[in-house]
Design a protein around this ligand. Structure first.
Ligand code: MEV
Length: 340
């Protein structure tokens, strides 16, 4: 093959961020209208492997970048395919996922790179027929695919570089492209969404480092372990209640659960003024509940919105400084989204 292209979606965490790092369960869904895309083309002999990421102005030679996350994703995939010598390739990666915004841009870029490498080398497996139907049926129907388990392992390893103690939820939801119920150390589960519901994802425009926020929470947890463990337990209980509500189609229960989750995230000190302001604006304009999504301190919030309030909430958020607003229907057959 002379050229291979692969993509991976963004994600949002519905319930349970941060507590999931400490073993509590959380819920995440893919967001497919924002994507990372990686392309590999053969280069003349002796070129080596050259990576470019035009969105961030990065140009890297694989052999000169031992710990760069893009290079690590490519190198781990080459190793997984059993190739020892550095190949002569031009590798390009682009992404429409906001960087440092809680939507999994790092994990999606790694997943797209790993998939492109494995596809280019032809290191693929028959699509699994059970457990992860989207992987097996939607995009790669009837064709061999880069092994999702291998891609998941690679992305997790790169996540460990990004922030030292990832729970594994971001790589899992992005690689399997399904709503997941995730608890560290247990096999992730796809779960049923009995009744689709609409969410608005709004970007504060404030970039934050997940690594930094996760490290801050860890420091505070070490100092006030009993208090933090109690908050994590409460967040875990909210995620459990949300799972039951989503499974039973009780969408009206989700707004108050989001508010409760946000109240607990505030206690962990991972919210921010801009998040609180936009959450209040979304709720005033008719959202049934809203919370930050991902690491916090900036990035994106999500708001649960009845269909008839979508326009009002979107306009209120944009008028109040949200830099991007995405409307998504969770549980719709293909996660179709619109952007403004
Ligand atoms: C980041 O998307 C979610 C966090 O819970 C970190 C993690 O789960 O690794 C903050």
């Amino acid at each position: 093959m002379t050229r291979a292209t692969a993509t991976a979606p963004g994600k949002i965490i519905l319930f349970g961020e941060h507590a999931v790092v400490y073993g509590r369960a959380a819920i995440a869904v893919p967001v497919t209208n924002v994507q990372a895309t990686a392309t590999i083309e053969n280069a003349p002999a002796g070129t080596g492997c050259r990576l470019s990421a035009p969105d961030i102005g990065a140009r890297i030679r694989l052999s000169d970048a031992p710990i760069d996350p893009l290079a690590v994703a490519v190198r781990l995939a080459i190793e997984a395919a059993g190739i020892e010598a550095e190949p002569d390739w031009y590798v390009t990666v682009r992404s429409t996922i906001p960087i440092a915004g809680g939507m999994g841009s790092g994990a999606a870029v790694s997943a797209a790179l790993a998939r492109a490498v494995l596809s280019h080398i032809g290191h693929c497996v028959a699509a699994p027929s059970t457990a992860w139907p989207r992987v097996s049926s939607a995009r790669w129907r009837d064709q061999p695919i880069p092994d999702p388990e291998t891609v998941n392992r690679i992305v997790f390893a790169v996540e460990e570089l990004h922030h030292a103690t990832p729970s594994g939820i971001d790589n899992t939801v992005i690689v399997y492209e399904q709503p997941v119920w995730f608890a560290r150390g247990r096999p992730p589960q796809v779960f049923a969404i009995a009744c689709p519901f609409q969410l608005i994802i709004a970007d504060t425009g404030i970039a934050y480092s997940t690594r930094q926020v996760v490290a801050d929470v860890r420091r505070a947890w070490r100092e006030k372990t009993i208090r933090y463990e109690a908050i994590f337990d409460s967040i875990g209980a909210v995620a459990e209640a949300a799972r039951r509500a989503i499974g039973a189609g009780h969408v009206t229960a989700l707004g108050p659960l989001m508010q409760e989750n946000q109240r607990l995230l505030r206690q962990l000190d991972v919210s921010a003024e801009a998040l609180e302001r936009l959450i209040a604006i979304a709720e005033k304009a008719g959202a049934s509940g809203a919370k930050l999504s991902g690491g916090g301190r900036g990035g994106n919030l999500i708001a649960l919105v009845r269909p008839e309030r979508v326009d009002a909430v979107r306009e209120a958020l944009l008028a109040s400084g949200a830099v991007r607003v995405i409307v998504t229907e969770v549980g719709a057959s293909n996660y179709e989204l619109s952007n403004s």
